[in-house]
Design a protein around this ligand. Structure first.
Ligand SMILES: [Fe+2]
Length: 192
């Protein structure tokens, strides 16, 4: 919902498979203001939600937009969404780029801690993804192969896996465990 303001940006700018002009980029920046307007007009009064949408492009060092807030001046959800938004954008397919792997994405994020991202929230993101981020292809002890679709907070060694058309929760399937990382595989439906 943080990006809902993009509905007011022309599609040819939003999906342009090229570098945007500075005028176009200035236009896109307004999506955070449009988001506030749209959310408020639809009856959402929770300030945390409004501020999250409004501040998701602020950066920890003050180099973001639209208010150039820094550090803890940026609301809690503004700082969380800044991380989630970049993680999602980099691991997704876009008209101008292929999806990045979780490792490459986390490397990028770690290189920008204290610049773009809150250090504590970044640490939490890394901890929550663990060794088996969504999208990774793994082999189990029974020889089957599956793709990680979600992490289990209670045990990061026991994620939820899609094997063929079945969803398997390794926390519940006590006899199954991951024996090998096969590859990272991009999952189309994750980003639609
Ligand atoms: Fe955005």
């Amino acid at each position: 919902m943080h990006d809902i303001g993009k509905v007011k940006i022309p599609l040819e700018i939003l999906n342009a498979p090229r570098k945007l002009s500075s005028e176009e980029f200035e236009l896109i920046k307004n999506h955070v203001l449009y988001a506030k307007e749209l959310l408020e007009n639809s009856g959402i009064t929770n300030k945390k939600i409004i501020d999250g949408a409004l501040e998701h492009h602020e950066r920890y060092d003050g180099s973001g937009y639209i208010f150039k807030k820094k550090g803890n001046e940026i609301s809690y959800y503004g700082r969380v969404l800044a991380l989630a938004d970049v993680y999602d954008a980099l691991t997704s397919k876009r008209s101008y780029k292929d999806p990045w792997t979780p490792y490459k994405t986390l490397s990028y994020i770690l290189a920008h801690v204290n610049k773009h991202f809150d250090p504590v929230f970044t640490q939490n993101l890394v901890n929550s993804l663990g060794l088996f981020p969504p999208g990774m292809k793994v082999m189990l002890n029974d020889g089957s192969e599956g793709i990680i679709i979600a992490t289990n907070r209670a045990n990061k060694m026991k994620p939820i896996i899609k094997i063929n058309d079945y969803i398997v929760d390794l926390l519940e399937e006590k006899n199954l465990r991951i024996t090998k990382i096969v590859a990272y595989e991009y999952i189309e439906e994750q980003t639609t």
